[in-house]
Design a protein. Sequence first.
Length: 342
Amino acid sequence: MIVIAVGALALLGLAVMPAEAQTPFGGKGQPVPATPPAKAQPAPAPPQSTVPAQQPPVARVPMSPDMKQQAEFQAEGVFPEMNRPGAGGQVQDAWSDAEPRAGVYVQRLCEDCVYKVRTREFMTTTVILPEDAVITSADPGDAIGFSVKIKAANKLAIRPASWGQDTNVNVYTKSGAVYPLYVRSETVNSMNVPDLVVKIVGREKPAAIEAPAPVVDDTEKKEPAKPGAPALQQGAVPKKDFVRHVPVDPAKFHGWGDYKLWGDDSLKPETVWRDDFFTYIRYGAKWDGMELASGYVTLDSIDELVNTHVEGTVFVIESTAPLITLKNGKRFLCIQYTGAKP
């Protein structure tokens, strides 16, 4: 019985043991799993601590009395000035030998003319229209490159933002007139002196010449003064001062052919004459678009500036001095009266 039981257990052990595959080399094969092994998962990282790491304490620097005083001043808005020198080299050499009136450009009023204006960076040019003009608006072609501002009834200022650019400015006045300006900007090292003032002389509406009232001798027709009537004061001045309103009397014109001229040919007129008050200069075909000169009279060997104005197409020098000089930049013309003295 015992032998039978041992044999049964041996058979049962053989049945339970897994089968082993045979190899050609007689070694034991690896067991073949019934299903493929699952993919290995990485091990979870340990949770990070939310407690910040402690930094070593930083020692505070004590504030000096100077720092404390500076902080108090800065809190009140008191900051020291900065010495900031410029780059230099921004001086225009053309001004060194320029004439006193080199930066003033004067042109006669013209209905079909374009007025040329030379500006310069870092400088402002003032354009003065005739005295009876009232500017209503100004329209620049380039409002970014050129700043145009109306300063008075007949004055406006032009300032370029940079150099090497040009534009136009149309100026409109109350009378309906339009003044076309061509504006150019140049650099600080330009050989040309810029226009600081551009003056357009003349009138939009010519002033009427007042004729003197006829004098009638009617003393015989006058009735004697009535009792109580106010008496005329001795030396009373009438309402209109006839000295300020001197009428032009062509009968008093003289001096044709009595003038000697020398100087620049571009300033020589066609005709020169005078009356008891003024000297008259006519340029003829040169008049349109001509840049008018400044008038000077010689007193004690010194040239003194004299007033001038325009009557139609005639340039009037408000003097009858025997020697008158016209100057325009470096050009000049001398006009000497050689006729008989009145």
